[in-house]
Design a protein around this ligand. Structure first.
Ligand SMILES: Cc1cc2nc3c(=O)[nH]c(=O)nc-3n(C[C@H](O)[C@H](O)[C@H](O)COP(=O)(O)OP(=O)(O)OC[C@H]3O[C@@H](n4cnc5c(N)ncnc54)[C@H](O)[C@@H]3O)c2cc1C
Length: 428
């Protein structure tokens, strides 16, 4: 009897999700990851000096059902906590005002939870955004109204990592519709970090199911024969695929283009800038938004403070020192108001993480997308596939869909000999 194995390349969230889905059905999986550790764009950085922080703050919403279900499956759901159950604090650094807003439209029934400047006439525009008749930039629907600065602009950039002047109303609409359900808008963060509260529990669950997670194994070349994948040329080994084996490439679009150059993939990306300050913080995390400043979101943890600037193309190439100084001056007064020792002229040690290809650019035009199963025994996964915003949720969904797409894949009649595989690898 031949063993049917799913070879999953890329151990980001999409690859981990695919491996969990395969093994939940009783299948066998092997994960190959180019980096020294799994996690991809969701990772905890652990330098020798002990200043441990995530690459960037990741939030989930209770609307992200597949992501939460994955967390539950790996025993980590209760590690994601709601830092601001009474509404999201928003500080406008231009006017010096601060208020808490509700993210759910239902919460706006309470005047104290309404975003600044929300008028009755805005509601019909927000409804058009949730149910757009055709795709267009978010700004084309909302226009130049106060609600753009106080809610829609920041929300668009946070969800789509693309400015509202370009961002796809259809993609945002998908997210907004999911958030209409009661209690779907609760914002969650990892209590201790992405490694401890997401990647590690997922990896440990896979290892307990007998899945090898092989780090440091970059897929150099995909070996194909007609419409089938027949081998994987990795960093230090070549894996010959059996007749019933399947492959999932859970990789970013530029890697798919390198490996399968005829497939159409999105070409545009948006950066995210993250600055982490090493200061004694608060025992329980706090999450605060800013408008009228470079800093957009702040997560206060027990031993550091992390700042996120999404859609950061205008500033990503500035020097790390300039960025950390500018942002420190912006956030220090808010940190003081939380009771922390944060003098404006005493900037603490800072780490700047620039993720230049944080997500694809999610603009209001049709993105080139490849078929989900471009070869008979190979499917694609990754946050950039499909029409959901490119987030953890879409990465999880894409992993599950790739497994479903291969469920009825037919086996090959012939196996390929090792020598012919070697010949093909040399030719490639
Ligand atoms: C700073 C930042 C903040 C974010 N904030 C949020 C947020 O708040 N909420 C949210 O939901 N999402 C957020 N995201 C998006 C989220 O991180 C991604 O959507 C998700 O991690 C994508 O997972 P993925 O598996 O599709 O891709 P990736 O994480 O890119 O995984 C691909 C993996 O493949 C590996 N790889 C690449 N090439 C090869 C090869 N040739 N061979 C083998 N392995 C290879 C890579 O090393 C990587 O591990 C954020 C992203 C960033 C960068």
């Amino acid at each position: 009897m031949t063993i049917r194995r799913t070879h999953i390349v890329g151990a980001g969230i999409a690859g981990l999700s695919a491996a969990l889905a395969v093994t939940a059905e009783g299948g066998e999986a092997v994960l190959y990851e180019a980096a020294p550790q799994p996690g991809g764009r969701c990772r905890t950085i652990q330098p020798a000096d002990g200043f441990i922080h995530d690459n960037g703050t990741h939030v989930l919403f209770t609307a992200n059902r597949r992501a939460l279900s994955l967390l539950k499956d790996v025993g980590a759901r209760d590690r994601w906590i709601e830092p601001e159950p009474k509404g999201l604090p928003l500080h406008d650094l231009k006017t010096g005002t601060a208020r808490r807003i509700g993210l759910s439209p239902w919460s706006w029934l309470l005047p104290s939870r309404r975003p600044d400047g929300l008028k009755f006439s805005d509601l019909s525009r927000i409804a058009r955004l949730a149910f757009p008749s055709q795709d267009c930039p978010v700004a084309a629907i909302i226009g130049n109204r106060p609600i753009m600065d106080s809610l829609i602009g920041p929300l668009t950039v946070a969800v789509l990592n693309t400015p509202a002047s370009e961002a796809s109303a259809s993609r945002l609409g998908l997210a907004l519709r999911q958030m209409l359900w009661p209690r779907a808008c609760r914002l969650l963060v990892a209590r201790n970090g992405l490694g401890e509260d997401l990647v590690q529990p997922a990896t440990e669950t896979l290892q307990a199911r007998g899945v090898p997670v092989l780090a440091g194994q970059r897929l150099r070349t995909l070996l194909t024969n007609g419409q089938r994948a027949i081998g994987l040329a990795l960093t230090d080994r070549t894996v010959a695929l059996g007749p019933d084996d399947r492959v999932i490439l859970a990789l970013p679009p530029y890697e798919i283009q390198r490996l399968l150059p005829t497939l159409p993939v999105p070409q545009g990306f948006e950066p995210i800038l993250n600055v982490h300050y090493r200061i004694p913080g608060l025992a329980r995390p706090r999450f605060i938004g800013f408008t009228g400043a470079l800093a957009q979101w702040m997560l206060v943890r027990p031993d550091h403070v992390s700042i996120t600037v999404s859609a950061a193309h205008d500033v990503i190439d500035l020097s790390a020192d300039d960025l950390s100084q500018t942002i420190w001056r912006e956030i220090a007064p808010t940190l003081q108001s939380l009771g922390l020792d944060a003098a404006i002229d005493r900037q603490p040690e800072a780490r700047v993480v620039k993720e230049k290809r944080a997500t694809i650019k999610q603009a209001a035009n049709l993105l080139p997308l490849p078929p989900l199963r471009p070869l008979a025994n190979l499917a694609l996964a990754g946050d950039w596939l499909g029409s959901l915003p490119a987030t953890i949720e879409s990465a999880v969904v894409s992993g599950e869909l790739a497994v479903a797409a291969l469920r009825h894949a037919r086996g090959a009649k012939l196996t390929v000999s090792r020598t012919s595989l070697q010949r093909r690898e040399n030719a490639a």
